[in-house]
Design a protein around this ligand. Structure first.
Ligand code: AMP
Ligand code: MG
Length: 419
């Protein structure tokens, strides 16, 4: 059974009062402080743990390697009994192979046949490579001196017994699973995956592929947001679409709150007459309207519906995309047990020109070509083609900036967001 932590506080999205346009970093710091994990835990076989969130620190059940062994095929002996110049050592009968240890000890001044991965027999601390040896007449000949410990791996040289191997919150990679296996874990404690519901709103929004009148637009946000949720490592849940009708929206929220751990809506998040996401969340007393000093982005409506956090994203696909990457992603990472995650940006020369006024942080759809960041030809937030064209974002600082070709700019590849 998976145990669920208590619900979030009703005021968890309330930003400090007195701030008009909230700087991005203030909003992020707030999310970081007030959110916490909302999913339970379970234990799964290691073979099924790829991409899951580790729920507890993992320690080595035993050392890796568990015993000193040979890194190559060759001949093993005690280095102390071997000097400089040509060496000829009698071979003891038998051999040491991976999984089949040598039966007995090797006397000083003698050598034994060893195969890669074999535990070093007592009396052996050093190995010479096959290619450096000649054998015959029950002897092995090679040239000294040989560095003590050559071609061997020490017990625990990779991981000591009981050492911390992986920290809680880690999204388990292929390499992580190899490491966990090497120190003895067959099952691992992981978080139950975060279920992310995605709901589109708006009278004008219709399903892509359906017959649509000229006043209708195809739902671009739902496929986008569901895919982003999946790429962040969560379980995407399609909550469909509701028209701008408060009762329909309320019913869908009620139903969704039992199915998912977080809801991403798009559209209807401003304070206008048809902005029902805002209106509904307001009635719960948990609504926080975020006016973030960010472009592209309009007010975000955040709140709790029956304890389930709701991110009311802008309807505009470009704004919804950027707000999801910048705010919803780190928030959902905390809810899912990953902890706080920030993308790793790189400084690159600009391949464009732009003068920006102070006051708002800006994210431009961008991609790297020949080591330079180029930006999409239009900053229009209705230009969905730019989302497809881009391979990352250029982040321009909150203050003023005068970007010339060659100026250093911060580039955030989509891969840095897990996309
Ligand atoms: P809203 O935030 O509801 O005022 O919507 C802002 C803009 O985004 C309007 O032009 C909407 O038609 C558009 N929009 C809203 N939802 C979607 C959607 N799911 N897919 C594409 N465009 C949308
Ligand atoms: Mg709308």
């Amino acid at each position: 059974m998976s145990l669920k932590p208590p619900p979030l506080r009703n005021d968890c999205f309330a930003l400090p009062p007195g701030v008009d346009w909230t700087p991005v970093d203030v909003a992020l710091a707030h999310l970081r402080e007030t959110l916490r994990v909302v999913v339970g835990r379970e234990e799964v076989p290691l073979l099924q743990a790829g991409g899951r969130v580790l729920a507890q620190d993992l320690h080595a059940l035993r050392a890796n390697p568990p015993a000193a062994n040979t890194a190559v095929d060759g001949y093993g002996f005690a280095a102390a009994a071997v000097g400089a110049g040509d060496q000829v050592l009698p071979l003891v009968p038998g051999r040491a192979a991976a999984g089949v240890p040598f039966d007995g000890a090797v006397p000083a001044g003698q050598a034994v046949r060893v195969l890669t991965g074999a535990a070093l027999p007592p009396g052996v601390d050093t190995v010479v490579l096959d290619e450096d040896c000649r054998t015959g007449d029950g002897q092995v000949a090679f040239r000294g001196p040989v560095k003590p410990g050559s071609n061997t791996r020490k017990a625990g040289e990779d991981m000591a017994q009981a050492a911390l191997v992986l920290p809680a919150g880690r999204v388990l990679t292929a390499g992580d699973l190899a490491l966990a296996a090497s120190v003895g874990h067959g099952r691992v404690p992981v978080q139950v995956p975060l279920r992310v519901g995605v709901l589109s709103t708006g009278d004008e929004v219709v399903a892509p592929g359906s017959a649509a009148g000229p006043a209708e637009i195809f739902d671009a946000n739902r496929p986008m947001l569901l895919t982003m949720a999946a790429r962040f490592g969560h379980v995407p849940v399609d909550l469909g679409h509701v028209p701008d009708d408060p009762e329909a929206l309320r019913a869908r929220f009620d139903e969704s709150a039992t199915q998912v751990d977080v809801i991403l809506t798009s559209g209807g998040a401003s304070a206008g007459d048809e902005d029902h996401v805002s209106a509904l969340l307001k009635r719960t007393g948990s609504l926080a309207h975020w006016r973030i000093a960010l472009k592209p982005g309009r007010p975000l409506a955040l709140g709790l519906w029956q304890g389930v956090p709701v991110f009311g994203l802008p309807g505009n696909p470009v704004a919804a995309f950027v707000c999801t990457l910048i705010f919803a992603r780190p928030a959902m990472a905390v809810l899912s047990g990953q902890g706080w995650v920030m993308p790793e940006g790189i400084e690159v020369p600009a391949g464009f020109e732009k003068r920006k006024k102070p006051g708002r942080r800006e994210y431009l759809r961008a991609r790297l070509r020949d080591g330079r960041a180029e930006v999409f030809r239009s900053e229009g937030s209705g230009r969905i083609s730019g989302l497809s064209w881009a391979e990352g974002l250029v982040e321009l600082p909150d203050g003023a900036a005068d970007i010339r070709p060659g100026s250093a700019v911060r580039y955030l590849p989509f891969s840095a967001f897990g996309l």
